[in-house]
Design a protein around this ligand. Sequence first.
Ligand code: FES
Length: 114
Amino acid sequence: MTETMEHICNVNDIEHESAREFQKDGQSIVVAKFDGQMHAYINWCPHLGIELNFMPDQFMDGDGQFIMCANHGALFEVETGNCLSGPCSGDKLIAVPLEVRGEEVWLGEVPQPA
Ligand code: FES
């Protein structure tokens, strides 16, 4: 079986309560570290189907509690990707399979946005 997982970064490459952008399968992926856990989502806001950020690696709200869409301020829960407020409330970010192997962060196959 071919390995579809790819080593994308290390746990310590991302500050606590922050997120960074990586490329996989031709897609921009947001990898966030929150409450000691790693999470990955496609950089794709369910409101308009565009990228969440204006500035490189700027994905969190001012308090580092939520992933925020810079376009219209939608807030997403980091653990689930659920949109808690904003124009796409009730919708969610598309999760990318993620595994932590020791200090390494590996991403699985990226789903295609609808
Ligand atoms: S495009 Fe993300 S909130 Fe509008």
